[in-house]
Design a protein around this ligand. Structure first.
Ligand SMILES: *Cc1c(COP(=O)(O)O)cnc(C)c1O
Length: 341
């Protein structure tokens, strides 16, 4: 197994070709055989529902090379369950959990030489994707689907280290509707966030902090990531029908409880942002991305969360703890890792 010529510690969050991807087609009401492909393209009908009506869902998870040299996939079953929920949400054929897990392990195993070495800070990003394939010009769900998994090595999220950034509130945009597709991992949600996201970046912010789309009173999501805050020693995170249930958030909540920190899933008002001690965006890409200041651009209000410009102590502890489990440095007491043999 020759090592690819990659500068592991300088990888970005981009796309680097690997050796194989794995695919499975849903036709005549059932999933077929798993296919291994070395092609980076797919053949599809020009009238496929994914192209016309957005029948597309995806997942995002990572595999890590541990301290012991073993390759671990973090929370594989949780991602398998979530894509079933997304599929049902937009009327696509759900992928059986077992098939999802088998294909993900295959994709990692087949591309094992692309799993970055321990200590590089890099990991192998796993991107499962399902799309509607059958020709349909009327607005109806497809009868045929393609489920595929591609993998690509990605660099450490924090190039300059684990440092807080500023985020902003812009009421002009919603990412999702109150009872819309926000709770599912649907590509269209991302399309709806691109304009706001680009504007925020141009203004020097790392992300948009979206408010709940119905009343604009509560904190919802932080760009394509969940939001949590630490207040009076408690971990608080929004309860909302329009946010995607982040598996990282769920894991951090568990670790917080393990550390004796109380967890509250509830509405967080804007006023409350004056009273929080720490906050961060969380998701697979970064685990936790600490926030320094939140600028409400419509009302010209600044919520200064990190007074000294450093990440908060609890956020830091949770971040380190989760990373250590992913890398096999700390015991995986909850059975979150799947070892790829
Ligand atoms: C994927 C995603 C997240 C993060 O979920 P993880 O399972 O933690 O990676 C959060 N919000 C949105 C909108 C997402 O699409």
């Amino acid at each position: 197994m020759n090592t690819p010529d990659i500068d592991w510690s300088n990888l970005s969050f981009g796309y680097i070709p690997t050796d194989y991807n794995v695919r499975c087609y849903y036709r005549d009401g059932k999933w077929g055989e798993i296919e291994v492909s070395s092609s980076e393209t797919i053949n599809m009908h020009i009238a496929a529902t994914s192209l016309h009506y957005g029948q597309e869902i995806f997942e995002g998870l990572k595999a890590f090379r541990g301290k012991d040299g073993k390759v671990r996939i973090f929370r594989l079953e949780e991602n398998a369950k979530r894509i079933i929920s997304s599929a049902n949400g937009i009327k696509m054929a759900p992928i059986p959990e077992e098939l999802f897990c088998k294909m993900a392990k295959m994709a990692v195993k087949l591309n094992e030489r692309f799993v970055p070495p321990y200590g590089s800070g890099a990991s192998l990003y796993i991107r499962p994707l399902e799309i509607g394939m059958s020709a349909q010009v009327g607005v109806k769900p497809a009868t045929e689907y393609l489920f595929l998994i591609l993998v690509t090595p990605v660099g450490p999220y924090f190039k300059e280290g684990f440092r807080p950034t500023n985020i902003c509130i812009m009421r002009e945009f919603d990412r999702v509707a109150p009872r819309g597709t926000g709770r599912w991992k649907v590509g269209g949600n991302y399309a709806a966030s691109l304009d706001a996201g680009e504007r925020a970046h141009e203004l020097g912010y790392s992300a948009v902090l979206y408010l709940d789309p119905k009343e604009k009173k509560y904190v919802d999501e932080c760009g394509p990531a969940n939001f949590f805050a630490i207040k009076d020693g408690k971990y608080i995170t929004p309860a909302s029908e329009s946010i995607l249930p982040s598996i990282t958030n769920k894991s951090l909540m568990q670790l917080a409880r393990d550390m004796g920190i109380e967890v509250e899933e509830r509405h967080i008002t804007l006023d409350e942002l004056n009273e929080i001690d720490e906050c961060a965006a969380c998701g697979t890409a970064a685990v936790a991305s600490p926030v320094a200041e939140i600028h409400d651009l419509d009302n010209n209000v600044k919520y200064v969360v990190s007074k000294d410009g450093n990440p908060g102590p609890i956020t830091t502890k949770l971040y380190n703890h989760l990373r250590a489990i992913q890398l096999g440095e700390e015991e995986d007491v909850h059975g979150w890792n799947t070892i790829v043999e």
